[in-house]
Design a protein around this ligand. Structure first.
Ligand code: ARG
Length: 594
């Protein structure tokens, strides 16, 4: 199904084609149709008359008039309305909405259009570091990346989910020293990541003021890099232990990856990348290191290799080989890009990390563009970055003793807190049922509160807010779904057989509003992929639940009769399906009762 804005755009275009713009060619003009900002003016609006009038030096109001004369709504909407300086407003015809809601019901894609181009998209997300527990900072990458992957897949793209774990680097020198000198096997068995983190912290602190420890760490690292059997085996063990902890978290969050290719996977490619960059004149030596400097081709403001300070613009090069001969994070990401292009030929790669890595990715993308200009033109590289999670005091989210909060513990707490609510609401349910509902609510609440805010801002982590059954929260949406399901439960408890498929009628304003809101699902899903903001979908689901609520207040369902009752049941069914599907795209489950 095409979206409503797409249909209206086509109609507008045909109206425009019959008009004369003199010399001016309207082919490249974007005919924009968006949801109306104020429902009093209709359902959709376009500012094309104003945009065109400005560019073709015409009177916007007069142009709007001539567009209106030629516009053929073909049943979609009644006559166009003109407002202000030349806004075009569309009011959908409710008979047309009615038929379209039926079509949505019969569409497994729930009115989501097919993509014009089916892309291969790699989503690089989660990417925790070995030997460190996954903490609350990794949660955003994991949850956002998973949702983007789900939405892209549902839309019809083919997705590769890649977990680019940090399994290589200088920290392993210190970890090896710690492992060989201060490791407690007992602690390792009880809490592998906790113990690895402990030894890492001790040794890295010692390295700061003890040159002998520093030296030992360096030697262990050199041995590891040279392929020493013992160190390789220990390193593998650290990866294995970490991975199994990561997997248990992913299992709880319902997250899967197609590949887990950590940084170490790209080891053999690093030196050749540096060589190529040097040979092409993109990288050069500077103070013993190999660096990429600006090519001074674009505007300074947009150049990631320049930085401005009091004295003016100066170089801000990207290191690709340190003076000690070691490649780094940048080199690894370049090699990774090369590998991904060879292996999957993606049209887009989405990197989900926190905002502090913005410069890193701008430099990597720019180097790639200079290194492989043809390939770079074929693949869109998107850094999807996010802000921090703050505690309710507005400071970085930490435990009371100032430690970073571990993800596993956070999820435990979410489920425990949800269980308290479920126990109060549903004491009559069996304990395992209550626990299962609490799991769905608790994990859903954590995910939703992470996806809802504008991802580029920081957000306040608040248990009370995220677990509330009121307001824009996961429990509120889950509850909306459960309430609709309970209508159907009553139906079957009354011995009634009901199957979806009957005619839909939209009589009251609340039914019409619900029909229109449901149809917007098809617009929202592709929109999320344009700017990688699952928050758009979250907000839509909240609006839908509210519109459903008004409908349910105003329109009796089970007490209605005949066709009206049947039609209202259909609306309930589609609303439930849309909420369930939408939450599913955010990675959130729904219980059948709560
Ligand atoms: N391991 C990194 C971190 O924890 C994130 C990796 C993101 N992906 C990438 N291709 N650089 O910060």
């Amino acid at each position: 199904m095409k979206t409503i804005p797409a249909l209206l755009q086509e109609r507008l275009r045909s109206a425009l084609e019959g008009l004369s713009f003199g010399e001016f060619d309207i082919k490249d003009v974007v005919v924009d149709v968006t949801q109306a900002s104020d429902p009093r003016f209709g359902d959709y609006q376009s500012n094309v008359a104003m945009v065109l009038a400005k560019r073709a030096k015409m009177n916007p109001r007069a142009l709007a008039e001539s567009i209106r004369e030629r516009f053929e709504g073909k049943g979609i909407c009644a006559a166009l309305e003109i407002a202000g300086a030349g806004f075009l407003n569309f009011r959908l015809d409710s008979q047309w909405v009615r038929a379209r809601v039926e079509a949505m019901r019969d569409d497994p894609r729930l009115a989501v259009p097919e993509p014009t181009v089916k892309k291969k998209i790699i989503v690089d997300f989660s990417s925790p570091n070995v030997a460190k527990p996954m903490h609350v900072g990794h949660i955003r990458s994991t949850i956002l990346g998973d949702s983007i992957a789900r939405i892209a897949e549902f839309y019809g793209h083919s997705v590769v989910r890649d977990n680019h774990i940090g399994d290589w680097g200088t920290q392993f020198g210190m970890l090896l020293v710690g492992w060989k000198t201060i490791l407690s096997l007992e602690a390792l068995r009880a809490d592998p990541l906790g113990e690895m983190e402990r030894i890492y912290k001790i040794i890295s602190a010692r390295c700061k003021d003890d040159p002998a420890t520093m030296d030992a760490a360096r030697q262990e690292l050199v041995r590891l890099q040279a392929g020493d059997d013992e160190n390789l085996a220990l390193w593998r063990e650290m990866i294995r232990l970490s991975q199994s902890q990561f997997d248990s978290i992913y299992g709880r969050l319902g997250i899967r990856f197609d590949v887990t290719l950590g940084e170490s996977f790209y080891n053999d490619r690093l030196k050749p990348v540096v060589e190529e960059l040097r040979a092409l004149g993109i990288a050069r030596e500077s103070d013993g290191a190999i660096c990429v400097f600006s090519d001074h081709k674009g505007p300074q403001e947009a150049d990631p290799f320049l930085i401005k300070d009091k004295e003016g613009w100066r170089d801000n090069p990207a290191l690709v080989l340190k003076s000690d001969g070691a490649a780094n994070y940048t080199t690894t990401d370049l090699a990774t890009l090369q590998y991904r292009n060879e292996t999957w030929q993606p049209q887009e790669i989405v990197y989900v990390t926190d905002g502090r890595q913005q410069l890193h990715f701008r430099q990597v993308f720019a180097i790639f563009g200079r290194w492989k200009p043809d390939e770079a033109r074929g693949v869109k590289l998107s850094h999807v970055w996010f802000g921090s999670i703050l505690g309710e005091d507005g400071r970085p989210f930490k435990t009371r003793s100032g430690e970073t909060i571990r993800l596993a513990e956070l999820l435990d707490e979410a489920q425990e807190r949800a269980l308290v609510l479920v126990n109060a609401k549903n004491p009559e349910l069996a304990e395992d049922q209550r626990r299962e509902i609490a799991r769905i609510i608790g994990i859903g609440a954590v995910k939703y509160s992470d996806l809802l805010p504008n991802r580029q801002g920081d957000y306040l982590f608040s248990w009370d807010k995220m677990l509330s059954f009121q307001g824009n929260t996961a429990p509120y949406l889950q509850n909306a779904y459960v309430r609709i399901r309970s209508i159907f439960r009553k139906l079957s408890e009354g011995g009634e057989q009901w199957a979806s498929g009957g005619a839909i009628e939209l009589d009251s304003p609340q039914e019409i509003a619900l029909g229109k809101k449901l149809l917007q699902f098809g617009e929202v899903v592709p929109q999320v992929l344009e700017d990688h903001r699952p928050s758009t979908l979250a907000n839509y689901l909240y609006e839908l639940a509210n519109v459903f609520h008004s409908f349910y207040e105003a329109c009796p369902v089970l007490k209605a009769e005949g066709n009206q009752r049947a039609s209202r049941l259909e609306l309930c069914e589609i609303a439930a399906r849309t909420i369930k599907t939408g939450l599913g795209l955010l990675g959130i489950e729904v219980p059948e009762r709560m």
